[in-house]
Design a binder for this molecule. Structure first.
Ligand code: ADP
Ligand code: ADP
Length: 230
């Protein structure tokens, strides 16, 4: 991922909000990066752009080597499919679908054949240890279990990039640690992860923390190097 002079200006009811004000980032394939900063500094806006859910007002955004900053909604949707997995603070599972069906959904959008679908869903559920709950509905699960299902859904199509927006924000520390360990395992296996977090403990799972303030990058810490210095 590479961004240069990325800006995002929201215009609503004659009010202009500059959410991002010149963000330059370079995230290598296989990195695990956390983004921190106070509420309103632009973290979610940045994550939405990196995830091709939204477009910047100005500046360039390269995803997997391609400039996607001018992509239409349709082009972005096509590029997201199978390439980017999302994990949200509020889990965002579909209440009317079972655990199994929630995890299967991205593969249905990709028209994956049924045999391969079954294998992939079962492998993803196994990975997050939720196989025993595959017939349950989200409301029958604890928060930690729901987030593990959301992680299974994010990885089932084997995306290159996982974006996580405060993935442990609604979890107690035991469940939070479980979800962070899952993300760390996925990163270990090669998936690039970009995570917004308020938790310094969660940020320690990543290799680098980017601090945003008023829509700008104000500092970057390489955690591995910090440790190496001790
Ligand atoms: P953070 O995730 O760091 O809390 P956000 O990216 O959500 O920050 O918001 C950055 C700024 O942009 C805030 O001032 C917020 O009010 C504003 N903002 C975010 N989304 C919108 C929107 N859809 N319309 C107008 N303003 C928005
Ligand atoms: P939490 O401490 O996260 O609120 P809960 O008390 O909701 O946890 O859940 C504790 C356990 O009971 C979990 O394993 C959850 O899956 C199970 N559980 C909770 N509600 C239901 C339900 N309506 N049907 C089946 N199992 C449930």
């Amino acid at each position: 991922i590479k961004t240069d002079s990325l800006r995002k200006v929201y215009r609503a009811e004659e009010v202009e909000t500059i959410a991002l004000n010149g963000v330059g980032l370079h995230i290598e394939q296989g990195e695990f990066v956390s983004i921190m900063g106070p509420s309103g500094c632009g973290k979610s806006t940045l994550l939405n752009i990196l995830g091709l859910l939204d477009t910047p007002t100005d500046g360039s955004h390269l995803f997997d080597g391609e400039d996607v900053s001018g992509f239409s909604e349709r082009q972005r949707a096509k590029r997201r499919k199978g390439n980017i997995g999302f994990v949200f603070q509020s889990f965002n599972l579909i209440d009317e679908l079972t655990v199994y069906e929630n995890v299967e959904l991205p593969l249905l959008y990709l028209n994956t054949p049924s045999g391969e679908r079954r294998e992939r869903v079962e492998a993803a559920l196994d990975r997050v240890q939720m196989t025993h709950r595959k017939g349950h509905f989200p409301q029958q699960l604890s928060g930690g279990q729901q987030q593990r299902v959301a992680v299974a859904r994010a990885v089932v199509a084997d995306p290159k990039l996982i974006l996580a927006d405060e993935p442990t924000g609604n979890l107690d520390s035991t469940n939070g640690t479980q979800v962070m360990n899952l993300l760390a395992d996925l990163n270990e296996a090669g998936t690039t992860i970009v995570m917004v977090t308020h938790s310094p403990a969660d940020a320690e799972y990543s290799g680098r923390t980017i601090h945003l303030f008023d829509g700008k990058v104000v500092s970057e810490n390489f955690i591995a190097q910090e440790y190496a210095a001790h």
